[in-house]
Design a protein around this ligand. Structure first.
Ligand SMILES: [Zn+2]
Length: 80
């Protein structure tokens, strides 16, 4: 995993702060899964993102969306 930083506000996450949300997989995310299985690789899944306590709840509500849509929506809301 990457060092935990909130995907919305870039806040560095302390231990036990916030968490990872796994969004609905896009076609490209499924391809990534299969590739990783084939090469026995590991890494940060492209459909997963870290969130701070402030943004975690909203991200959880949006986890049925794909990551690109959810992130676009949250960034938009953040600017209001
Ligand atoms: Zn945040």
């Amino acid at each position: 995993m990457r060092p935990p930083v909130c995907g919305i506000c870039d806040h560095d996450l302390e231990e036990k702060e916030g968490g990872v949300i796994y969004f609905k997989k896009r076609f490209s995310d499924k391809v990534w899964d299969r590739t990783m299985k084939r090469i026995h690789g590991t890494g940060n899944p492209p459909n997963a993102e870290w969130f701070c306590n402030k943004h975690y709840t909203r991200a959880k509500e949006l986890q049925e969306l794909t990551i690109d849509k959810a992130m676009a929506l949250m960034r938009e809301e953040e600017q209001k």
